[in-house]
Write a protein that binds this ligand. Sequence first.
Ligand code: NAP
Ligand code: GLV
Length: 336
Amino acid sequence: MSTDKPTVFVTRQIPAMGLEAIARVAEMRVHEKPMPPTRQELLQGVQGCAGILSLLSDRIDSEVFDAAGANLRVVSNFAVGYNNIDVTEAKRRDISVGNTPDVLTDATADIAVALILAAARRLREAADGVIHGQWKTWEPLGWIGMDLRGKTLGIVGMGRIGQATAERLVHGWQMKLLYTSRSPKPDVDRQLGGRHVALDELLSDSDVISVHVSLSPETRHLINAEALSKVKLNTVLVNTSRGEVIDQMALVTALKKQQLFAAGLDVCDPEPLPVNHPLLELPNCIVLPHIGSATVSARNAMAQRAARNLIAGIQGQPLPFAVHQSHLHTHPTNQT
Ligand code: NAP
Ligand code: GLV
């Protein structure tokens, strides 16, 4: 049936409040399957669309822009990270790009703290021990972990989530705070007693390192074998940013040699991590399936923000949460 509403492609089921808002103003194609669209399904799904609501698992690049065609005005990512989108190419084509900042900060910081505690107190080993019959008695010398109070926390990437993680650990465990980021953060220094340092100093002086940088060519494998050789003995390393920020094979080696005490990962490279991956065999590594933002309120709020960005974009309005804002010239609306 023909309609004058612009067409959009939503690459997966997202919370209903997002879909309902979009359906009121657009002709909506939703990829209904539980797995992400294949490349072919993605290229087909976007054809003739004015907007794409993408997930972090969808690679959105010039091939997708070409497949969508000249009507495409906006890509709205259902995530705060947008390393899956070729933003340079979107800018070149004057296509807006949006993301969902802030509303998942607390949920993701909670997972970072959960992983820090799990790694420091050896929760994976202890829980596995119960399941596999190794719990024979109360063990005065068994499953001994590391405590956090008063230790030094190193935040790699003092953005929104890095700061929320630091707040929890400085206020809750009185940890001392070092951090890296492109620029110093005077508020963090004042409120949390933080100190902006070079990565090398953070690596060598921290007891717990929590990674929160966005993924870019500059931060890919930021934590590599050389970086890991600088950490002190008995350090805990946690990553809730993107798997590619850590050289995972270097991490396997460091964990095997017990150069690190333990690691906790919410993100991996690749995702999902194959079940026979060497990381999963290591008792001092706990891996989660990228659940940082997986709470009801965070996911609902992400759906609302992603929908608002998509709707604003197809209507030629400024995006409320923009990574890149197009020049708002009027494209011809989509014909279906
Ligand atoms: P954000 O506020 O933009 O923070 C990113 C931080 O990375 C900023 O402090 C930035 O420094 C720093 N940074 C970027 N490039 C750098 C470089 N080359 N060298 C040093 N520091 C650099 O983003 P956010 O909201 O906290 O989210 C951070 C990341 O977490 C996202 O990009 C995403 O990949 C990931 N994430 C994961 C989950 C999950 O489910 N596990 C959930 C949400 C987000 P400046 O402040 O100086 O620019
Ligand atoms: C999740 O990883 C996000 O970037 O929102």
